[in-house]
Design a protein around this ligand. Structure first.
Ligand SMILES: C[S@@+](CC[C@H](N)C(=O)[O-])C[C@H]1O[C@@H](n2cnc3c(N)ncnc32)[C@H](O)[C@@H]1O
Length: 319
């Protein structure tokens, strides 16, 4: 699996491209207890940061991501570092809510992977969006860069952020801003955005950021005023909480005895789903919750990588 060295194009690419900074990397890898030759699921491949560490420690990985661009970039990065798709690495596009089908396809499509199904020693979920997605204006995730109000991680989804924003009722907008954005001006915002779209429907990111700023003022706290509204729309477009519930339901049966399931979340509702699911599993005798309290980034990590500030990691051990 290891190549002689990093190619020249790879070295150049490494300089030009700022890869996603994996959150809680050391802690997550330690929690997975990576063993040589064992298979692991990286359910949110992103730029492949967690996958890379598992491979470095001799583990084998099925890496999945719902975003084809993420998959392409991770593949290039891993190839540049000498990790190719072979017996020890498989990269697949797909939503982790379908993970049992993805694993079955991996096996049935190729003899080399015939032994994966009953041999998965661990799984990791590192939820949310990657730097690649946030920093690509054309994807529409960023409130600070001009782009279409899209926000689909999976480009085949039918509904974009602008479709929601221009068609949901005032009450529905209020509810998603309030619940998923935890936005205290949700009602005011829902009202203002509905009035604004009657004059001209929303099409781009900056129109929305400016409309939000007009309602809640300029900078507040440490975050941009439109952060919470963007987060709420993104989570709705990609049905992030629904996918998490289904993904967790499915992953439990895929991981063998003494294997570990590690989840890093960035939103209180996600963390609550993880916490409650793990508790229910423990109660039903499927294994043990190893994190009574979630593991959070060190102060140093938060300073080095402010995006890690809301991360919470929980770990479950199968029995
Ligand atoms: C925070 S990034 C992962 C970063 C990665 N761990 C790394 O170190 O480079 C999250 C990734 O998960 C993907 N993702 C989010 N929800 C997903 C889902 N339901 N199924 C599959 N991939 C998903 C996103 O497209 C994104 O690329």
């Amino acid at each position: 699996m290891l190549s002689v060295g990093k190619s020249i194009s790879g070295r150049l690419r490494g300089h030009m491209v700022g890869y996603h900074r994996s959150v809680l990397l050391e802690e997550a890898i330690k929690a997975l207890h990576v063993k040589k030759g064992e298979w692991y699921l990286d359910c949110t491949l992103g730029d492949g940061g967690h996958t890379l560490e598992i491979l470095k420690q001799g583990g084998k990985v099925i890496g999945m991501d719902v975003d084809p661009q993420a998959l392409k970039r991770a593949k290039e990065r891993l190839c540049d570092l000498g990790y190719f798709e072979d017996q020890g690495l498989r990269l697949v596009q797909g939503n982790f809510r379908d993970l049992e089908n993805i694993i079955s396809q991996t096996e049935s499509g190729d003899q080399k992977f015939a032994s994966v199904k009953s041999n998965l020693a661990g799984a990791i979920f590192d939820l949310g969006v990657s730097s690649l997605q946030l920093e690509s204006p054309e994807r529409g995730f960023s409130f600070g860069m001009m782009g279409p109000l899209d926000m689909r991680m999976d480009p085949t989804l039918a509904v974009r952020a602008l479709d929601l924003l221009n068609s949901l009722s005032r009450k529905e907008l209020y509810e998603i801003f309030n619940q998923l954005g935890e936005e205290k001006y949700s009602w005011r915002l829902a009202n203002a955005l509905v009035l604004a779209r009657e004059v001209k429907p929303f099409t781009n990111t900056l129109e929305l950021s400016k409309a939000v700023e007009k309602v809640v003022g300029g900078k507040r706290e440490k975050i941009h005023p439109a952060t919470r509204v963007f987060q709420a729309l993104r989570m709705t477009v990609n049905d992030e909480l629904g996918a998490l519930k289904e993904g967790l339901d499915k992953v439990r049966n895929e991981i063998k005895k003494d294997g570990y399931i590690v989840v890093i979340s960035f939103h209180s509702l996600e963390d609550r789903i993880v916490k409650n699911t793990f508790r229910e599993w423990q109660f039903a005798g499927f294994g043990e919750v190893l994190t009574k309290k979630p593991i959070v980034p060190t102060e140093k990590e938060v300073v080095d990588n402010p995006r890690s500030r809301s991360a919470k990691m929980r770990v479950f051990k199968r029995s």
